[in-house]
Design a protein around this ligand. Sequence first.
Ligand SMILES: Cc1ncc(COP(=O)(O)O)c(C=O)c1O
Length: 405
Amino acid sequence: MTAIEDLYPDRDAVEASYRRHVDAGRVDTWKLAEMQLVMGDREGPRFSDAFTGRWYVNCHCNGGVFNLGHRNPRVIAALREAMDHVDIGNHHLVSVQRAAAAEKLVDSTGGRLPGVVFGTTGGEAIDLAIKAARYATGRDGIVSVEGAFHGHTGLALATGEAKFRDPFRHVVPGFSQVAYNDVDAMDAAIGDDTAAVILEAIPATLGFPMPDPGYLAAVQSWCRDRGVLLIIDEVQTGLGRTGTVWYHEQESIEPDVVVAGKGLGGGIYPIAATLMTDDVHRFTSEQPFSHVSTFGGSELGCVAAAEVLDIVTEPAFLARVREVGERIGDGLAGGPFEIRRRGMLTGLKFDDPNGGMTAMKALFDVGIYSFFAGNDPSVLQFKPSLIVSDDVVGWLIATVRRVLG
Ligand SMILES: Cc1ncc(COP(=O)(O)O)c(C=O)c1O
């Protein structure tokens, strides 16, 4: 691999190129915030800055992409082995790797969701969930939650905030939004033309508000009574983050569709998946070749996903996530914030409306990379990788207490 210094002599040079050709807004924003960072080396729970060599413990993990740490050795070994034999594969054809990864996903739901459609990104998998729900129900309406985030692709974008849609003149009929945890609003929004309700059980970009007791069960029961499908987006909450493979297990609900992304590729190979009931999946037999994704479920991605699923379904792995989560919860208790936590998914909510943003900068300065919640900047998303050692957990707790306390 070409050394970084042979490509760009310093940070200014790579920033200038990035600014000119890739994304000026990102470069300018980080500079203004005095949080310039270019990822260099990476291993396990941390990564370094390419130019200062300074290490940061990754406590955002790209929303879950790095749940298993950076460059997880098991995922790398599986991919190395696979690269001697396979490549992306061909989406038109039957594939051993795709079938095997699909079976593991299905097993992770106890066989309850036996249909799987692979994609490359979470947004694409959400789009497919909405398409399939409309096909299965013959209805158009999609109800989502205000402040939720399901991606920036076509239909996913329509479920989210207007600030991301309006500049792009993105007008798609059939979508409505209601406040999270507002049972009456949800009840009123589900009508005769509703195909599906789509929710993150714990909306990440809204700052991890926890579902009120009975909220999700009530939504499910209205959906069932009215022939409406329930789509649960587990792109951030899934794959072990909350101490169970899927968060919805803890809420005892049985969604018709579950969407997985981010961590599914082990931080190395992009892949996403939409899991569904047979009824929702029937479009694949009734309308052959009606959905195409050239790179969706690439064979290398499926190898990575199969390895990830082997890891995150191990009972000892999940027990460890729960134990570390408890330790983080206990360790941070008493700080000047409300702790919102399930397993190792933690939000720290401050009274200051920009408290999450301020905390992000303060932690950045001491070597912790975390991120505020985009649709509620009073909340800091604090998500270390799930493979974090006891020593690093201890350091994180002590440092957060010292800096934010
Ligand atoms: C909950 C949730 N759903 C869907 C998405 C979209 O995933 P992607 O960016 O891979 O399209 C995201 C991305 O952050 C997300 O957080």
